[in-house]
Ligand binder design. Structure first.
Ligand code: ZN
Length: 214
């Protein structure tokens, strides 16, 4: 089976500690096709003429064991690797679609919309709730995230997803982005960094095939 890419939205509370955990039904889940991945060593090709393309730096979890209806307490057993990735978003288009009550795919699922850095095998020695990561664009710090600030923990995300999908080896989960999202333009150098995971770096170019529609 080729990779399925699950993404979690609105998973970091900024500045204010949440007062209580929301119900699992409030967890925002969407998907991207495998064509959102970027081949290793190539540029991220950005859509043109469709408004701002925002970087969302995220911890990415790869599933290594099948699991269905997995309790959060045992969900970490399904993980086989961790890395960093980008949930690229056509922000203006997403806002327009959301206001119109339409699905987000046009803004979230375009080709190259999920660049993924190198994955590091996970054996449990890195605490899932204590991973800090950064996103720099052209050397400027744009995002700094700590998984301790996630509204839905990695284990809880896996549990929630496993109630709707029988999770399979190779499935990827982008776990949401912290504050600081902002635009990328062609020619940018974007770097994701972390003390305990592999860093990732890409140059951006243009994909003129992804033109404005309608
Ligand atoms: Zn995201």
């Amino acid at each position: 089976m080729s990779a399925r890419i699950f993404c979690i939205g609105r998973n970091y509370v900024e500045h204010i500690r949440e007062l209580g955990h929301p119900e699992d039904g409030d967890c925002v889940v969407f998907m991207k096709p495998a064509s959102c991945l970027v081949p290793v060593g190539t540029q991220i090709l950005l859509p043109t003429g469709r408004g701002a393309v925002h970087h969302e730096a995220e911890l990415v979890v790869r599933i290594g064991q099948p699991g269905h209806h997995v309790p959060a307490e045992s969900a970490s057993a399904l993980i086989d690797a961790l890395g960093l990735g980008l949930d690229l978003t056509l922000r203006d288009e997403q806002t327009r679609l959301r206001q119109a009550g339409k699905p987000w795919e046009l803004a979230k699922a375009f080709d190259h919309a999920a660049p993924l850095g190198p994955l590091r095998p996970w054996d449990g020695s890195i605490a899932l709730n204590a991973i800090a990561f950064t996103c720099h664009v052209n050397g400027e710090l744009r995002q700094r995230g700590e998984t301790a600030h996630m509204l839905f923990s990695v284990e809880r995300i896996i549990s929630i997803l496993s109630r709707t999908w029988a999770l399979q080896p190779g499935d990827l989960i982008y776990t949401g982005t912290p504050a600081g999202v902002g635009p990328l333009v062609p020619g940018d150098r974007v770097r994701l960094g972390c003390d305990v995971l592999e860093s990732a770096e890409w140059m951006t170019g243009t994909n003129d095939a992804l033109q404005k529609i309608g």
